[in-house]
Design a protein. Structure first.
Length: 483
């Protein structure tokens, strides 16, 4: 039946327009009618655009018209939206090859809206709901039923990947969420990333079982892209095998692109997936060795997880070297920089981050993340404690320390550093002693200790205030005893 409808549109289209329509103006008019509530007029205008697009082979405009008609149908009859999606799916199943893969992608987006509208509800419906799962209202389905439906649609779309790879998101993906755009230039990329996202969600919720994506690490999962693409993976998890095969397909598809951003985005996503789901392979500590395939990251002897972390960090280093000219490298730098900070190597993190953001706009989300990390690494910081007759200062990024000492009477209560108002009152008094201590530089951004010699004082209790500026902003204080 749907084929007859499509054929009718094709035949009628010969009489629809003498000249090509102004597509931008035509779609703007449809949107205006929709906003004004003139839905019947909007549908009629959409059909006219669709007829001309069909007759002249403007398949991207046909997809937009079909999706627009169904969206307008939802606006006209929201309660029957589930049934309309069934009709749209049947249209995709029976429609021409130039349309079907794109329609499947839009169907995925439509079904995702049900989950996004109320994720908490679906997360509480992990078990099948025999009655609700059989009806045509996805809002009432179980998480299992919704996930299975979306997985089926994505598999249908990706089954004709040769067509999807020729469909750009810019032309065929009107209305599809695509972030960041440089990572998903085609509907193939869009469908692949949506598949990965839903696999992650399925693993998180346990809708298909626990640890469905976990697998034992091999020496090639973190290898360079060429070795990874050519590898044959057979893990204990069929789900992980499917994901790894999808990454291989994505990387292979973009291997010869002049624009390296899509390949870089897929490669970084692959590394993150492996880090999250691969179980470290055992690394001997007794002088034994493990075979290493050329191009793979060499195992590091020691604790399994720490050795795996070292391999992952090494892979990120290789990634930053290979893809430095792509915007994806900034995201990788934020990941690698964070790990370096966690490893107690702020100097390495600073070098990685500062190099990676050079030349990229400050308003970029990933650049802002890197700058936030850099600001934290460069932030002056110190703490004080009494050390015998002296003062122990633990500090970073400070060259000199301004110090003041105030005597504390028996009936006085010295302030804490957190009580800024009380401390300010003490700082307003004339100090018993005031001086500046020069501190050795911290070239690696690491914290270090330094003992400051205190002046000779009569026995008693004293408040010592210190700051890295002569205005004593954000001063720290401690109590010292002289006996």
């Amino acid at each position: 039946m749907l084929k007859l409808v499509f054929l009718g549109l094709f035949l009628c289209s010969f009489f629809a327009f003498a000249d090509p329509p102004d597509w931008a103006h035509g779609w703007a008019e449809v949107e205006r009618m929709r906003k004004e509530g003139k839905l019947e007029e909007a549908v009629a205008a959409t059909l006219e655009l669709e007829r001309f697009a069909v007759s002249n082979g403007f398949w991207d405009e046909v997809v937009r018209a079909v999706v627009t008609r169904f969206t307008l149908g939802r606006d006209r009859a929201p309660t029957s939206w589930g049934r309309q999606l069934v009709t749209l799916k049947r249209f995709a199943n029976e429609g021409p090859r130039q349309l079907s893969p794109a329609i499947y992608c839009h169907l995925v987006s439509f079904y995702e809206e049900f989950y996004q509208a109320n994720p908490a509800v679906f997360r509480h419906r992990l078990e099948p709901l025999p009655d609700a799962d059989q009806n045509d209202n996805p809002a009432e389905w179980s998480m299992l039923r919704l996930t299975a439906e979306i997985r089926s649609l994505l598999e249908s779309a990706l089954s004709d990947s040769s067509v999807l790879k020729k469909m750009t998101v810019a032309d065929y993906g009107h209305g599809l969420r695509c972030e960041p755009s440089y990572s998903q230039p085609t509907l193939f990329d869009w469908a692949a990333y949506r598949s990965l996202a839903w696999w992650e969600l399925a693993a998180e919720t346990g809708v298909f079982g626990k640890n469905i994506l976990n697998f034992d690490e091999t020496d090639l999962v973190l290898a360079d892209t060429a070795k990874f693409i050519g590898a044959k993976f057979r893990t204990a998890s069929e789900f992980a095998d499917e994901v790894l095969a999808l990454y291989q397909s994505m990387l292979s598809f973009h291997a010869s692109d002049k624009n390296g951003a899509p390949a870089a985005a897929a490669d970084l996503s692959r590394l993150q997936f492996v880090w999250k789901h691969a179980r470290p392979m055992p690394v001997p500590n007794n002088g034994g060795t493990l075979p290493v395939v050329a191009g793979a990251v060499a195992p590091v002897a020691g604790d399994d997880r720490s050795a795996f972390r070292a391999r992952y960090e090494s892979s990120l280093n290789q990634f930053l070297s290979k893809w430095r000219s792509t915007p994806v490298s900034v995201q990788a730098a934020a990941i690698r920089g964070t790990m370096a900070i966690e490893d107690g190597e702020p100097g390495i993190a600073h070098l990685i981050l500062s190099r990676s953001i050079a030349g990229y706009p400050d308003d970029d989300v990933e650049v802002r993340k890197c700058r936030a990390l850099l600001s934290e690494i460069e932030r002056p910081d110190f703490s004080l404690s009494q050390e015998g007759a002296g003062l122990l200062v633990e500090y970073r990024n400070i060259r000199e320390l301004h110090l003041r000492i105030f005597p504390v009477a028996e009936d006085q209560t010295p302030p804490h550093s957190s009580d800024r108002a009380a401390l300010a009152e003490w700082l307003a008094k004339p100090p018993a002693k005031a001086w500046i201590a020069q501190l050795p530089p911290c070239k690696d951004f690491k914290r270090r200790d330094f003992s400051v010699k205190l002046p000779l004082l009569p026995n008693g209790r004293y408040l010592l205030a210190a700051a890295d500026n002569d205005g004593f902003k954000k001063a720290q204080c401690c109590v010292i005893e002289r006996q």
